[in-house]
Design a binder for this molecule. Structure first.
Ligand code: ATP
Ligand code: MG
Length: 259
């Protein structure tokens, strides 16, 4: 099977409510794809299900990362395989400092763990690259952080973990223009074979800087359109009505071709 993320016919949600409904999606190795869609249609739920959040139930379907079935894995196994989620609403962890937390997540994927001096040197580099105030390293994670600081912290965590597959859930929301550039640089810095990402976003601003290899539109729990950057442009120009029109036109053409 191809390397990267392959989701087929995923149907899942809460015990009382189906949220993801027959979803197909592929993100090949080395590519960064965007996932867009109206509020409340299942983007964050999909991210949570891929990460193994126990609050959701999978009814049917498959999800593979580099040919390995994610849905059979425990949450920690998925993390060890290099699945990483930058949350839409990052949690505050009082009592755990930023540097201690980063050392823990860095060691999760590195055998043997990096020695502390090497870790701190790398951390210093990342702080400079992301333009984060070094004083944050000794504060409790996200405790009292501004919205933008929390989002930069998510990027810092990604650089520390060096994930195989990263999901960014609206990491661009609430960012000033400079912070948006920092987030894009962080993602672009990771771009190489052996890294793929899914960027969940409502706007093309971040995509202008990240230049995704593919764009997918999620509506009512399934992917209704996949294409290139032009989909994000169409969405900005004409909203989801524009997307629906293009999808309907395409279906009409396909039906005419078949008849
Ligand atoms: N734990 C939960 N309990 C109750 N409802 C839930 C839960 N998780 C998801 N939902 C519902 O499932 C639907 C999809 O939510 P989800 O957060 O995935 O949307 P989204 O596409 O990420 O939206 P947004 O763009 O606003 O972030 C919503 O109606 C939401 O209220
Ligand atoms: Mg969401």
């Amino acid at each position: 099977m191809q390397s990267g993320l392959v989701i087929r016919g995923l149907t899942a949600g809460l015990d009382t409510k189906r949220i993801i409904d027959g979803l197909d999606l592929e993100v090949p190795d080395g590519e960064v794809h965007a996932l867009m869609g109206p509020n409340g249609h299942g983007k964050s739920t999909l991210a949570n299900i891929l990460m193994g959040n126990p609050g959701y139930t999978v009814e049917s379907g498959e999800a593979y990362l580099d040919g390995e079935n994610l849905l059979d894995m425990e949450v920690w196994e998925r993390a060890r395989k290099g699945l990483f989620l930058a949350f839409q609403y990052p949690a505050e962890i009082p009592g755990v400092t930023v540097s201690k937390f980063l050392k823990r997540i860095a060691d999760l994927r590195r055998e043997p763990p990096k020695n502390t001096a090497a870790f701190l040197a790398e951390l210093k580099e990342h702080f400079a690259m992301l333009d984060i105030d070094p004083a944050l390293a000794n504060r409790y994670l996200n405790d009292g952080f501004s919205g933008g600081e929390k989002k930069r912290m998510e990027i810092l965590q990604m650089l520390t973990v060096q994930p195989r597959f990263a999901i960014f859930d609206e990491t661009d929301s609430g960012l000033d223009v400079d912070a948006l550039k920092v987030v894009a640089e962080g993602i672009n810095h990771m771009r190489r074979p052996g890294f793929s990402a899914l960027v969940i976003t409502h706007y093309r601003r971040l995509l202008d800087l990240v230049k995704p290899d593919g764009v997918h539109i999620l509506e009512k729990g399934r992917i209704v359109a996949s294409g290139g950057f032009e989909l994000a442009e169409l969405l900005e120009r004409e909203g989801y009505e524009g997307i629906r029109r293009v999808v309907a036109d395409q279906k009409t053409r396909e039906a005419a071709y078949e008849n």
